[in-house]
Design a binder for this molecule. Sequence first.
Ligand code: NI
Length: 175
Amino acid sequence: MNVAQLGTGISASVVVGGPFSLVDDPGQSVTDQTYRGRWMLVYFGYTFCPDVCPTELQTIATALDKLGPEAKSVVPLFITVDPERDTPAALANYVKLFGDRLVGLTGTPEQIASVARAYRVYYAKVTPKDSTTYLMDHSSFIYLMGPDGKMRALFRPGESAQELADGVRTRMATS
Ligand code: NI
């Protein structure tokens, strides 16, 4: 992992990722061990997100299409930072918009806080003036975790699906 691949606020000496205990969108309990042996593309966001999340999730879906058969060994995980509104059912409806691969994960506020801390994710509730509903301000990196659960790459928001697909393919080839 070189420093250039690491995002703002994450230094090269910091371990990113680790154990988590969450609930998937069919409502089953899962942990990081559930996905061990497969690559994970991990993205944090929330279903009410007006712009960045849908864009990034579409990028992930398109990148996996571009990967072809290799995509079978990659599980894309969308972890909510808004467990209050993002129930398993809400996530199930939402992830369908991006094809049939994406898995939505939620949990208790404490479980979400714990996994966000492990991935060094920033998130905060923001209520705009004159609004009755809140938004979630959140960092927006895509994490590529290897079959051993360790981070292999970090992709910044705005990278293209082709860049993401190429990045994943390169790491899979050299692991
Ligand atoms: Ni978002």
